[in-house]
Design a protein around this ligand. Structure first.
Ligand code: GCB
Length: 604
């Protein structure tokens, strides 16, 4: 699905702003009233984009389980006759229903990927309508991420889930009204390879339109950053060589533009046009190395979250650019979109600035052993008809499909991470994942596939790693393991990494390591929670990474402190493993990272 854009042919109207808002009143999750059939009063209003949970004071908003309704009026410009127009939601977390006046016109499951609906037949040009978006935040074994609802004695429903970040919900990304002409470009796919030792580049492109173009033809141009057309073609699918090529490199991005036009035959009137920025680069796994443009690449950076005070998961370009600036200051060359697909603007920025991205689905928490271990419960099996089942896998496959469809053209995206910390040592894991890995490769044969492994599924016990191209390890030596004893931690980490290295001979990315840290707490000795201790955990880990050849990167958990569910009593106002506080003030660890990644040039 192409991101809408405004150009000579297409119009784009933002529906962001202040919407009227109401929570579903019934306690049982079954809509008691068809709220979309009436006007929602302006008594309560919310900003879009933002999660709604932390906007209000009353905890009934923060802890709401079920439907929430957003409403506003929209007007279709009178000049839009003869066009098709869509409403597009960049995300509705986790389930979204769109109503035009009384009528349901779209429904979507999955909280972090876009969906849209053609409303050209529903609202006439020059007319207005009531637009209601109902958003549901419930998690079950039929959603990704999964969760479970408990009905309390007082009848209230409580959402449980296995992941360590708050279940923020609502319209956290933009909403658009946009047009396309009657004959329009529906989708574009660009893949690239290096040729002639990297001096030239091959660009494979595919254009899809909504009609078979009897009366029209395609014009496909490749335009460089100086606005020169370096290639031109008239077919919808093909392969061209750019010689010499300017490669997209980590830290030195270069973006060409694929400009596609549909023009009439023979007079060349432009019916539709779309510009897609792309970079020419290659990614591959070779032995235990991860190669970008055929050169070994060492990842430095972070696992992140879309999480800021008040707006929570709401997209905010100021925070986004500030985060990228802070990463640049520390010399980070990459990050992981843990634990869900981020706003498309984030990937566009990474493309433009040469930051490498590991792109993850929202499949976090497919693990009952881990949660039972933390809570002291007896674990249910993770993979069973009642828990992660065939149905869960279908939803998971759909999440992968939508992620790849949305992000396949971003040069910054170098790998797909299809799950975070699943119970990969439990019976059923292999059956669950085998088909998903295959499916991901079918959708995109050009990018390596991985999943983030959790400690309990050790090199000996894990059942699925051989299915994947590379190994992502989330490891907390010095924190959950050998807490406060960095000597034992150093030994344990090295032993474990060597086991993975010897068994698989694949590249290993340390996709999480770190320690909770209370900003401002200072200690002389190795005392957990202090800023000194976090810094030393990182230094200890780095010594080990430098000794193990197959380690191809390090991503600290986390870039910044973030909010977690209230039920996690081992968190104090959130997870504090950030090297920045939630409001982006640096902890001592940032200087350790700056020293290593900037001064000592690790990763450069
Ligand atoms: C993990 C998870 C991450 C948690 C982190 C922690 O392994 O992937 O979501 O926040 O550990 O701090 O425990």
């Amino acid at each position: 699905m192409l991101k809408p854009q405004a150009n000579a042919i297409r119009d784009l109207v933002s529906l962001d702003g202040i919407w009227n808002f109401e929570l579903e009143k019934s306690a049982n999750g079954i809509e008691s009233e068809q709220v979309w059939k009436r006007t929602i009063p302006s008594t309560l209003q919310v900003p879009v984009p933002a999660s709604y949970n932390d906007i209000f004071v009353d905890s009934k908003f923060r802890d709401h389980v079920g439907w929430a309704y957003y409403q506003r009026e929209i007007t279709v410009p009178a000049s839009w006759a003869k066009r098709r127009y869509f409403i597009r939601l960049d995300a509705a977390t986790h389930q979204g229903c769109v109503y035009i006046d009384d009528q349901l016109v779209a429904e979507h499951n999955g909280g972090y990927t876009p969906f849209e609906v053609d409303i050209s037949q529903l609202v006439k040009p020059g007319h207005s309508c009531r637009l209601t978006v109902a958003v549901n935040n419930e998690l079950s074994w039929q959603t990704i991420p999964p969760g479970r609802i408990e009905v309390l004695k007082n009848g209230r429903r409580k959402q449980h889930y296995q992941h360590d970040f708050f279940n923020y919900a609502g319209l956290a990304r933009s909403v658009w009204l946009y047009t396309v002409p009657e004959v329009f470009i529906k989708d574009l796919t660009v893949t690239t390879q290096l040729a002639d030792g990297g001096k030239s580049g091959t660009v494979n492109f595919k254009v899809e339109s909504n009609s078979d173009l009897k009366e029209a033809e395609f014009l496909v141009q490749i335009i460089d950053e100086d606005a020169h057309v370096v290639h031109q073609a008239s077919q919808s699918e093909g392969s061209v060589t750019i010689d010499p090529v300017h490669l997209w490199q980590p830290g030195a991005a270069y973006l060409y533009k694929l400009r596609v036009k549909i023009t009439t035959k023979p007079d060349g009137e432009v019916l539709d046009t779309y510009d897609l920025p792309f970079g020419v680069r290659s990614v591959e796994v070779s032995g235990n190395k991860f190669l970008i443009n055929r050169k070994p690449f060492y990842f430095t950076g972070f696992g992140k979250h879309e999480d800021t005070p008040i707006r929570a998961k709401g997209f905010d370009p100021a925070y986004m650019i500030h985060d990228f600036e802070l990463m640049k200051w520390m010399g980070a060359n990459s990050f992981r979109c843990s634990h869900y697909p981020y706003a498309e603007e984030v990937l566009e920025y990474a493309d433009r600035h040469g930051i490498v991205v590991i792109n993850e689905t929202a499949a976090v928490g497919l693990n009952l052993t881990l949660v039972a271990g933390l809570a002291g419960w007896k674990a249910l099996p993770t993979f069973s008809p009642e828990t992660a089942s065939e149905k869960t896998r279908e939803v998971h496959a759909q999440a992968i499909r939508e992620l790849v469809a949305r992000d396949k053209n971003h040069p910054s995206v170098v790998s797909w991470c299809i799950a975070n910390e699943p119970a990969s040592a439990e019976p059923g894991a292999r059956e669950y994942f085998e088909a998903l890995v295959k499916f991901t490769r079918e959708l995109d044969p050009t990018r390596p596939v991985g999943f983030a492994n959790e400690k309990q599924a050790s090199a000996e016990k894990d059942l699925i790693t051989d299915l994947f191209d590379m190994i992502f390890l989330n490891r907390y030596y010095g924190w959950y393991l050998h807490t406060g004893d960095l000597e034992a931690a150093e030994q344990g980490l090295e032993e474990e990494l060597r086991e993975w290295e010897d068994k698989y001979k694949k590249p290993i990315l340390i996709s999480e390591y770190g320690a909770d840290t209370l900003a401002g707490l200072h200690t002389v000795g190795d005392v957990p929670w202090s800023e000194e201790y976090q810094a030393r955990v990182l230094e200890m880990s780095h010594r080990v990474f430098d000794r193990v050849e197959s380690v191809v990167g390090e991503q600290v958990w986390n870039f910044a402190d973030f909010q977690t569910p209230s039920s996690f009593i081992f968190r104090v106002d959130g997870n504090k493993k950030g090297v920045f506080t939630r409001d982006r003030r640096p902890k001592m660890a940032t200087h350790v990272l700056r020293k290593r990644w900037v001064e000592d040039k690790k990763g450069n």
